[in-house]
Design a protein around this ligand. Sequence first.
Ligand SMILES: C[S@@+](CC[C@H](N)C(=O)[O-])C[C@H]1O[C@@H](n2cnc3c(N)ncnc32)[C@H](O)[C@@H]1O
Length: 389
Amino acid sequence: MPNIQISTLDNLSLPFKEEGYFFYPLAKSPINGEEILLVSFEGKEFTFIVKRREKDILIKADKITNVLPVGVIQKALRVLSKNLKAEIFYSNVNSTKRRKAKISPYFKDMEYFYKEFKTDRNILVEVGFGSGRHLLYQAKKNPDSLVIGLEIHRPSIDQVLRRVEVERIENILVVNYDARIFLEFLPSNSVDKIFIHFPVPWDKKPHRRVICEDFINESIRVLKKDATLELRTDSENYFRYSLDLFLNLNKSSLEIFKNRELEISSKYEDRWRKLNKNIYDLIYKNEEISPFKEKPAPLIFENKVLFSKINKKFKKETFLEQDFFIHFENIYEISKEEGLLKISMGAYQKSEHLYLFISKEGLKYIPLDILPSFSNVKAHKKLKEWIYG
Ligand SMILES: C[S@@+](CC[C@H](N)C(=O)[O-])C[C@H]1O[C@@H](n2cnc3c(N)ncnc32)[C@H](O)[C@@H]1O
């Protein structure tokens, strides 16, 4: 994480603008004294955490807003350093070998799926591809299809992207996102196959399982008629749990196999086979044509509000609803008219951590690209009721 460690902030004159960066006055929490430095660059805001320690002050990039290219954030700290009248004890933003990170064209974010994604090709989706053996195999076997791999473990993603480059595979898109929410952003009746091979069984925390009622319903919506969802697992428990969920549907067409041989064996499968474990397949065939789904509108705030009003009514609290929550964590005052709320909200399985920036110009989330997922839309509505109420 980009950071600097300095002797003092006393002689820094805030706000100031330089090289396209606007540094706001320090934002301070009236609740616990925490401090945040808000910066704006090309219409996008991000924050630094300011920690006053016994012998120095640490200014470090804030995980919550760390979505811009690292070069933008490092440069902000270099601009800030130039303007400090302080000793800089440590800095990791001055390296001369500033490598420009190459982003693979096959790595896509959710913004892409929300705003741009379109294809005429058949779509295959693999949930939790891990080492990627099966994902790469499917891409090579189906060169005319588009294979979308979902994974939440970043090292697995990087490993697969390297293989995609080495093997010059061009029909793959890799996404670092929770599969349970990803499907919401695909059009209805668009997918030919969903593979879920060896999902984490989560025997002690079943609510974390990928397969759940909402996931099944979204799978049915995105699958074409006669397209399939294939679960492969070594966990008899997970298999039976999934079977029950599919049998609970009004109408189901299922195939079941025990110890079926596939042309490709994943890393996990090799491990379980060595231990002589049984492997179960459940293949669900979709027989429905689902209605068209409108693209959800972006999450915006139509009206302004006085920061002083929000400051007055703020308290650390959580709203828990059936399929979403909002947690108000902290509030930071920049001036009487401007400030930040620190919030987490959205789905229980995939919450968003963010700031809400309240200024004379209006309200906006930081980072900006909060997806209008089903749970976020509901949480956003509730937040607006709280703000304007
Ligand atoms: C046990 S591994 C199996 C990997 C691979 N399918 C195989 O057979 O070798 C399960 C993988 O699913 C990923 N995963 C877990 N929950 C996920 C979710 N909600 N969305 C996407 N990937 C997920 C994990 O990071 C992990 O890599």
